[in-house]
Structures are given as structure tokens and as C-alpha cells.
Design a protein around this ligand. Structure first.
Ligand code: MN
Ligand code: MN
Length: 460
């Protein structure tokens, strides 16, 4: 007769009582923290990952032959990137693929952002992705992105990340005179059009000129730009804070943009560090997930399909049918974060099917809303395969869904890849305060995710 413990579903707790594992996880997260601090936008994430891939021997697709053992990458418009390790087997048998997104909720500057009011100069913004607007006031912000001048010259912008840099700021009303604001709902208290970023307060030529004029002069001096150049700019404000350890035991990482760059980092490292694979193994980092995976750099574009077509062509065996087969026979982990169970908001979760911090990578068989709508819902056969791989490689994992039934919901890119007929399941790190300017993850989970992705690429 089996014991109750043997029969019941036991969540595995990877760190407790395992000092060696704890040290490994903590050390691993130092590299992760460097990434998350230096890759606050999709552009920066593509650049950062491209650099570590290159130092691991990866070459641009255009510069190498597509043959067994090659390591290559293919960048799509600066904002998404495909990494591949070419295996010895036929591509028609499918690839092993891990996909994460590298965009996060933030405040984008409008195309004509600069205005002045009562002696203060501001940027107008339009928020990007699902964020709670009240969380973005009264905190230091940094500016990231590019500006193209009339002659086509590109200027890279990153201001507010160095300790000596200035930062930017959105004001909130002091509590003393916020009586009316207190009566509003969270949804309405901070309207989108009030998320204006303070960027200066000194008028040009003392009393006579405007503050806006002075700011434009400063920008012209430093970057040689005029107000018209904002039309051809892409600038985003993100929280300026860097990552920090959270808690006396330093078991948690606090940082901006962990959804989903925590999965991007762990997925790519799993690919970089694997032995030469039999099956071609790929990691795809995509953009625009937070606004519906649209656009040429989002998962709905044909970038992944085109990348596989390029591989087939490089091997001299491209045909429409070979491409369809390669896609159809592939297996994928949609590596995206999960909602961590938060005791402070217990009413939003169903305890039995929630993801807990420190209990390993989370498998989400399905996502979606109102009866799984918009979900991928992985086949039991595939979940069983992934479970076996994780068990074989001692990966701590748990299963969860996103909050209580009918409490909202959400989606990932899983269903888009599934259109090709490949097997896909969502798997990722549990996050507290997801989409807040500062999110929290467990170091143990980050490390287990990396182990899980490595196991998947090796064995699936
Ligand atoms: Mn995500
Ligand atoms: Mn998200």
C-alpha cells in the first residue's frame, strides 16, 4: 500500500535544506541581474543577448554555412532575434524551440512629446502594455530608445541608468489635498493623459524665454536634434531603479521588466551552454507580446517561419513541404512568466492551482479567459513528455493557472506557434506584482527555469 505522501501531489521545494543548490541559484542570479539592469527594452535585450551569443561563438546567419554544429543568429529589425544551434539530424524532423518575449510594460513618448506648463517642461506619453497607471507616478524614470535625424543619422538614447545621470519623473498629488482623488477608483484616479514626464524647469534666457525652448537648446547642443526629430524617434520611459536582492535571506530578486526577460535570459543561456545537439535547437526572443504580439517583430509575424526557411535553404533542402514538416514536427516551450501566489491578494487565486515562489518552474497547460478562451491548452501527451524530461533531469516544477476562474485571465504567444501544428506548452518563472514597475521573482525559480530549459533542449 502506498502512503498518503506517495499518492498525493507534492510540490517540490528546491532550495530548502539544499545548500549547494542555494549557492548555485544565488550565483546564477548575479548574471541575471546584470542582464535585467542592462536590457530594459526589447532593443537593449536583443543587443545584450547578441553580444553574449557572439562571445559564445554565434555568427550572423548571413556569415556562416548552415551545417551541423554551427551556432547562428538572425536579428529582426533590432527588436527580435532568432538563435539556433544546428543539429546533425534532418530539419524535417522538427526543431526544439524556446520562445520568450523581451518587451515589458512601460511609458512610450508620443511623437510630439514636448510641452510646457506653468514653468515646467514635460514629455507626453502613451503607455505600452497592461499597466496600473497609479504605480508609475512618483518614481525615478530613465529614457531609452533611438532618435533618427533628418539625414538618417541614428542616436542611441539611454539616460538615467548611471548614478551620475539625471532621471525623469511623473508627479502625484500630495495626500493633504487629495480628497477628491481618494474618492476615485484605482482605474480612474490617474488618467492616461496625465502621465506626463517632468524633464526640466529652467527658462531660456531667464524670465524671457520658455522652459521648452531651453530644453530644445540643450537637446540640440548635446544631440544635434530639433523638435521635428521626435517624429522619427522611439523613446520609452522605464523605471530607473536597478535590481536588488529582496529579503533578509536575499532569496528574491526585485527588478523592472522580469516579465518576460527572466525567461528570455534563462532560455538563451540554456541554448548557449548546451552540448552540440542532435536536433537543431533554437531560442527565439520576440517583441510586442504585451500589446498582442502584433507587428513585424511580434510573434504573429512570419519571422520564425522565415528563419526556419533560411535554415532549410542554407542546408540546400528548402521546399514548401520540408518547411511545413519542420514546423509541424517541432516542439516548443513558450517560456513566459506565471502569476505567483500572493497571500496579500489571496481572493484572486485558487490555492490548489496557483504557482508558489520557490517551488520551481511553472507549467501552465492552458491560459486564456472566460472558459480558456484564447488559450493554447497543451495536449496531455505533450505535458506528459515535458513532465518526464523534467523528472529525468531533477527539475523542480509545479503546475498552475492564472488566478481564479472568471477573475480575468491572460494569454501568451503559445497559441500562435501552435498554428503550425507543433506541440507547445507555457512554462516559466512565477512573479509577484507582475507588470508593476518593480516585480519580484525567486532566485530558486530562476535557476530551476534555466535547468528546465536546458533539459528540454537536450531531451525533447
Ligand atoms: Mn509575459
Ligand atoms: Mn506581461
Amino acid at each position: 500500500m502506498m502512503t498518503e505522501k506517495e499518492l498525493a501531489y507534492e510540490r517540490q521545494i528546491p532550495i530548502k535544506g539544499n545548500e549547494a543548490l542555494r549557492l548555485k541559484a544565488f550565483e546564477y542570479c548575479e548574471g541575471y541581474k546584470d542582464f535585467i539592469d542592462n536590457a530594459k527594452t526589447e532593443r537593449e535585450a536583443v543587443e545584450y543577448t547578441k553580444n553574449i551569443a557572439e562571445s559564445n561563438g554565434f555568427l550572423p546567419l548571413s556569415a556562416c554555412s548552415v551545417s551541423s554544429g554551427e551556432k547562428l543568429y538572425y536579428v529582426n529589425n533590432c527588436k527580435s532575434v532568432f538563435y539556433a544551434r544546428i543539429g546533425s539530424g534532418s530539419l524535417e524532423n522538427g526543431v526544439r524551440l524556446i520562445v520568450a518575449h523581451v518587451d515589458s510594460p512601460r511609458l512610450d513618448l508620443k511623437q510630439l512629446p514636448l510641452f510646457e506648463s506653468s514653468g515646467i517642461s514635460y514629455f507626453k506619453t502613451h503607455y505600452y502594455g497592461g499597466l496600473k497607471k497609479y504605480q508609475w507616478t512618483a518614481l525615478p524614470l530613465s529614457l531609452h530608445g533611438v532618435i533618427y535625424k533628418a539625414d538618417g543619422e541614428k542616436i542611441d538614447i539611454c539616460i538615467g541608468e548611471d548614478d551620475d545621470d539625471p532621471v525623469f519623473y511623473i508627479t502625484d498629488l500630495m495626500p493633504h489635498i487629495a480628497k477628491d482623488q481618494y474618492d476615485k477608483t484605482l482605474r480612474d484616479a490617474i488618467p492616461g493623459e496625465t502621465l506626463n514626464i517632468v524633464n526640466g524647469s529652467v527658462p531660456f534666457d531667464d524670465e524671457k524665454g520658455s522652459v521648452k525652448h531651453n530644453i530644445l537648446c540643450l537637446l540640440n547642443e548635446k544631440y544635434g536634434i530639433t523638435e521635428r526629430d521626435f517624429i522619427t524617434a522611439e523613446l520609452s520611459a522605464t523605471p530607473a531603479q536597478r535590481s536588488r536582492d529582496v529579503g533578509f535571506d536575499r532569496s528574491l530578486v526585485g527588478a523592472y521588466g522580469q516579465d518576460d526577460r527572466v525567461c528570455a535570459y534563462t532560455s538563451l543561456l540554456a541554448l548557449l551552454e548546451m552540448e552540440a545537439p542532435k536536433r537543431t535547437s533554437c531560442c527565439l526572443l520576440v517583441d510586442k507580446e504585451e500589446i498582442g504580439s502584433v507587428g513585424a517583430t511580434g510573434m504573429q509575424s512570419r519571422f520564425f517561419e522565415n528563419s526556419v526557411a533560411e535554415l532549410l535553404d542554407g542546408m540546400g533542402c528548402y521546399s514548401e513541404l520540408a518547411l511545413r514538416r519542420a514546423l509541424r514536427n517541432s516542439s516548443m516551450l513558450s517560456s513566459d512568466v506565471s502569476a505567483g501566489y500572493d497571500p496579500a491578494y489571496a481572493e484572486a487565486f485558487e490555492k490548489k492551482n496557483a504557482a508558489y515562489l520557490g517551488r520551481g518552474i511553472v507549467l501552465n497547460k492552458f491560459t486564456g479567459a472566460r472558459g480558456k478562451s484564447g488559450s493554447n491548452d497543451a495536449n496531455a501527451e505533450y505535458v506528459a513528455r515535458v513532465r518526464r524530461i523534467f523528472d529525468d533531469h531533477d527539475v523542480a516544477f509545479q503546475t498552475a493557472e492564472l488566478g481564479k476562474v472568471d477573475f480575468g485571465g491572460g494569454g501568451t504567444i503559445a497559441y500562435i506557434a501552435a498554428l503550425y501544428g507543433m506541440e507547445v506548452i507555457d512554462s516559466g518563472v512565477a512573479v509577484l506584482s507582475m507588470h508593476a514597475p518593480w516585480e519580484v521573482t525567486s532566485k530558486a525559480d530562476v535557476y530551476e527555469a534555466y535547468k528546465a530549459y536546458k533539459a528540454f533542449l537536450l531531451d525533447a
